[in-house]
Design a protein around this ligand. Sequence first.
Ligand code: ZN
Length: 244
Amino acid sequence: MSRTEALFRDDAYLAEAEATVAGVNERGGIVLDRTIFYATSGGQPGDSGTLTRTDGSAIAIATTVTGETKDEIVHVPAEGSALPETGETVRLAIDWDRRHALMRMHTACHLLTVACPFPITGASVGETESRVDFDMAETVDKAEVTAALMEMVGADHPVYAQWIDESELDANPGLVKSKNVRPPSGAGRIRLVCIGADAALDSQPCGGTHVRSTGEVGAIHIGKIEKKGRENRRFRIRFGAPPQ
Ligand SMILES: [Zn+2]
């Protein structure tokens, strides 16, 4: 239908904004000219929240997904919601507490790939628990991995995004840690998420939302490491200190 300006890509901390309704698709999904709602992708679930109309009534948004193309962001209203008119101005508010938890968890997943430098075969970010699957045969101690994660959290390293040319990525294929997923190509520019001054700890292509510094992740621990086949390990990250 159209290209949505993704405001969260430059500022993940925008909890509110104003936008114009670009259209409502045949399934009742709302497309805006710009949005702060993250659309489900890369293992991070889409945002929920509300669109408030000028008459003060609110449309509850259950989730957010991408549309016909990755550039189109579709706000999925809760069942039975009224739908806005094209051209209408709406006030956007995301469910910030949930998003912030997802940002902390998503950043924690990046830290895990630093503590555990093996190819990633899958990942899923959740509000209370996330999982990352690695292609590895080694057995590691979850307390040691937790300690490595908390050292990076304690050091409060900066986390920031940097755009590079696709050609730079082609020249440095080692930047990509996902085994099966290639970053979208053809766009010309790739968004790298960097951790540490001058990306000293890590940089990898990612379109998700992250916190500004590793300290904001807070206390996390590895709840479980499961063996999924001979060469696959599933790590579960949870908030808080490890249970005694
Ligand atoms: Zn990320």
